[in-house]
Ligand binder design. Structure first.
Ligand code: AP5
Ligand code: MG
Length: 217
C-alpha cells in the first residue's frame, strides 16, 4: 500500500481535488472529516463524542484519529490511498509512520487566506451525495439544489460560519503547518498553487500522481 497525503488549510480544495482524483485514478480516498461527519449523521458513540468539537472548528484527539485511520486503512489493504485531512498534527504524522505505511508524496495545496474565507463562507454541500458546490465559483444549476439528487436542498457545514472559520485557520497554522515542515525535511512535499480553475489545479495535482506508474489506470 502506498499513501498520498493531500494537505492544506481549510477550504484549500482538498475535498474538491480528492473527489476528482478518486473518480479518475485508481485510488481510494480517505477523508477523516467525511468519516467523522458520517458518524455524526449516524449518531454513533464516536459521532456523539466529536459533534460539538467539530462544530466549533477544533481538532478531535490524536488517539481517536489514529484508531479511526488504522481501521480504515486495514479495510483497504493492497490499494493506494489518498489521505485528505490526516495527518494534521506532528503527533499524527508520527503515528502514521508507526502504522508502517509508505508515504509516496505529500501534496500541499497553497491558497491565500482571503480566498479561503470566501470559499468556506460560500461552500454548500449536498447532504445526500456529498458533492461540493460554491455559490459563485461552482454553483448548482438550480440555486440551492443538488444537480444530481432530485429535490435535495444543499446545506452549509456548521463549521463554515465565519467565526469558526477563523478558529480553524488559527488551528491550521499552529498544529498543521508544522506537518509540512515534517515532510519537507524528508523530501516528500510538493507545493501546488491551488487558485484559479479547478481543472488546472487538478492537472498539476494529477501529474504528481502520474509520476508514480502504479496509479496509472
Ligand atoms: P475537514 O473536513 O478535513 O475540513 P478542513 O480541513 O477544514 O477542510 P475543508 O473540508 O473545509 O476544505 P477543503 O480543503 O476540503 O475544501 P473544499 O474542496 O471543500 O475536517 C473537519 C473537522 O473534522 C476538523 O475541523 C476537525 O474537527 C475534524 N478532523 C478531521 N480530520 C482530523 C484530524 N486528522 N485530526 C483532528 N481532527 C480532525 O473547497 C472549499 C470550497 O471552495 C468549496 O465551496 C469549493 O467548491 C470551493 N473551491 C474549491 N476549489 C476552488 C477553486 N479552485 N476556486 C474557487 N473555489 C474553489
Ligand atoms: Mg474537505
Amino acid at each position: 500500500m502506498k499513501v498520498w497525503i493531500l494537505i492544506g488549510p481549510p477550504g484549500a480544495g482538498k475535498g474538491t481535488q480528492g473527489d476528482l482524483l478518486k473518480e479518475r485514478l485508481p485510488i481510494h480516498k480517505l477523508s477523516t472529516g467525511d468519516v467523522l461527519r458520517k458518524h455524526i449523521e449516524a449518531e454513533t458513540t464516536l459521532g456523539r463524542q466529536v459533534k460539538s468539537i467539530m462544530a466549533e472548528g477544533k481538532l478531535v484527539s490524536d488517539e481517536i484519529l489514529l484508531a479511526l485511520v488504522a481501521a480504515e486503512l486495514a479495510e483497504v489493504q493492497g490499494q493506494d490511498v489518498l489521505l485528505d485531512g490526516y495527518p494534521r498534527t506532528v503527533a499524527q504524522a508520527d503515528a502514521l509512520e508507526g502504522l508502517g505505511v509508505s508515504v509516496a508524496q505529500v501534496i500541499y495545496l497553497a491558497v491565500d487566506e482571503s480566498a479561503l474565507v470566501r470559499r468556506l463562507t460560500g461552500r454548500r454541500l449536498c447532504p445526500s451525495c456529498k458533492r461540493i458546490y460554491h455559490i459563485e465559483a461552482s454553483p448548482p444549476q438550480l440555486a440551492g439544489h443538488c444537480d444530481y439528487c432530485v429535490d435535495t436542498a444543499l446545506i452549509q457545514r456548521e463549521d463554515d460560519q465565519e467565526e469558526r472559520i477563523w478558529t480553524r485557520l488559527a488551528i491550521y497554522e499552529k498544529e498543521t503547518a508544522p506537518v509540512l515542515a515534517y515532510y519537507r525535511v524528508k523530501g516528500l512535499c510538493q507545493e501546488v498553487k491551488a487558485e484559479g480553475e479547478v481543472e488546472n489545479i487538478y492537472a498539476k495535482v494529477a501529474s504528481i500522481f502520474l509520476q508514480e506508474q502504479s496509479v496509472i489506470k
